[in-house]
Write a protein that binds this ligand. Structure first.
Ligand SMILES: NC(=O)c1ccc[n+]([C@@H]2O[C@H](COP(=O)([O-])OP(=O)(O)OC[C@H]3O[C@@H](n4cnc5c(N)ncnc54)[C@H](OP(=O)(O)O)[C@@H]3O)[C@@H](O)[C@H]2O)c1
Length: 288
C-alpha cells in the first residue's frame, strides 16, 4: 500500500508536482487557498481538503509548495493549519523557497509533535516540475530523507543532502542569487548594445559561442529578446528570494553588494505593478 500524500499549494509548481505524484499511483489529497486552482488536479484524481489541518490528518507525507515565508507560516501555524493535524511519525517536507530560520522553526514545531521535517526547496522550474526532473536541496536528517525519497522521486531525480535543517534553503538562496545576477547582468548588457545600435541577438550569438551554453542564454535570452515575459518563475518570487538572500547575508555578516544592487532593479520593475511578469522581465527596466 502506497502512503497517502498531501500537497499544499497548487501554483505554477505545485500543480505539475501533484500530477506526477498521482501518475505514480499515490493516493493524493491537495489544498489550495483559492480552491478553484486545484480543479485540474482534482479532475486527475486527487481529493480536495477544506483546510491544511484536514489535509494533514489524512496524509503520511505532507508537502508544502507555497510562495513565501508568510504563506508558509499561514499554512503551518494559521487557523486550521497543518501543525494542528500533523500526527506522530508523519513527515512534513517544505519545498517552498523560504528563509533557513523559518525552516529551523518549522522543524522544531514538527519535533514537538513527534513528526519529522525536511526543508527541500527545488530547482528546475516549471519545466522540471512537469517532467518530474526537479533537483531537491535537502536539509534535515538523512534517515528522514530516505523515508520521503520514494514520494519525492516521483517529482525529482536528484537529491542533495546538504546538512541540518535550513541547509537546503541556504543553498537554494545562493542558487537563485546566481540566477538573479546573471539575468540582471544580461538585461543590462542587452540594453547597452541595443542603445549602441546593435541587435541584442548579436550579443547573444557571441555569448553562445564564447562560453558553455547556460540555461540563462538558452531559456531566458530568447524571451528577453522577444520581450515575452509571461511568468514561469515570477519576478515577484525572485525579488523575494533576493531579499531572503540579503537578509541571510546580514544575519551572517556577509556583504552581498552585487545582490543588493540588482535587487533595486528588480524592485523598480516590481514597483511598476501591472501584470505578473517572469523574472526575465527585469529587462523591461531599461525599456521603461
Ligand atoms: N516557478 C518556479 O519556476 C519556481 C522554481 C523553483 C522554486 N520556486 C519556489 O516554489 C514556491 C512556489 O512557486 P510557484 O511558482 O508555484 O508560485 P505561485 O504560482 O505564485 O503559487 C503560490 C502558491 O502559494 C499560495 N499562497 C500564497 N500566499 C498564501 C497564503 N498567505 N496562504 C496560503 N497559501 C498561499 C498560492 O495560493 P493561491 O492560489 O490562493 O494564491 C499558491 O498556491 C515559491 O517559494 C517559489 O519561490 C518556484
Amino acid at each position: 500500500m502506497k502512503p497517502t500524500v498531501g500537497i499544499l499549494g497548487m501554483g505554477l509548481m505545485g500543480r505539475p508536482m501533484a500530477l506526477n505524484v498521482l501518475a505514480a499511483g499515490y493516493p493524493l489529497v491537495v489544498y489550495n487557498r483559492t480552491a478553484s486552482r486545484a480543479d485540474e488536479v482534482v479532475r486527475a484524481g486527487a481529493r480536495l481538503a477544506a483546510s491544511p489541518r484536514e489535509l494533514a490528518v489524512q496524509c503520511e507525507v505532507v508537502i508544502t509548495m507555497v510562495s513565501d515565508p508568510p504563506a508558509l507560516e499561514a499554512c503551518l501555524w494559521g487557523p486550521d493549519g497543518v501543525l494542528a493535524g500533523l500526527g506522530r511519525g508523519r513527515v512534513l517536507v517544505d519545498s517552498s523557497t523560504v528563509s533557513p530560520a523559518l525552516a529551523v522553526r518549522a522543524a522544531a514545531a514538527c519535533a514537538e509533535l513527534g513528526a519529522s521535517f525536511l526543508d527541500a526547496p527545488v530547482t528546475g522550474g516549471t519545466w522540471g516540475a512537469e517532467k518530474g526532473e526537479l533537483v531537491f536541496m535537502v536539509g534535515g536528517e538523512a534517515e528522514v530523507l530516505d523515508r520521503a525519497r520514494p514520494v519525492l522521486s516521483t517529482m525529482g531525480k536528484r537529491f542533495f543532502h546538504l546538512g541540518p535543517h535550513g541547509a537546503g534553503q541556504s543553498v537554494k538562496l545562493a542558487m537563485n542569487l546566481i540566477l538573479a545576477l546573471e539575468v540582471g547582468a544580461l538585461a543590462e548588457a542587452l540594453a547597452l548594445v541595443e542603445r549602441a545600435g546593435v541587435a541584442g541577438e548579436k550579443l547573444v550569438d557571441v555569448l553562445q559561442a564564447s562560453m558553455a551554453r547556460a540555461p540563462v542564454l538558452d531559456v531566458k535570452a530568447p524571451l528577453m529578446l522577444e520581450r515575452r515575459y509571461e511568468p514561469s518563475f515570477p519576478l515577484r518570487l525572485m525579488h523575494k528570494d533576493l531579499g531572503l538572500a540579503i537578509q541571510l547575508g546580514n544575519e551572517l555578516g556577509v556583504p552581498l553588494p552585487a545582490a543588493a544592487a540588482v535587487r533595486e532593479v528588480y524592485s523598480a520593475v516590481r514597483g511598476c505593478g501591472g501584470e505578473d511578469l517572469d523574472y526575465a522581465g527585469v529587462a523591461s527596466f531599461w525599456e521603461r
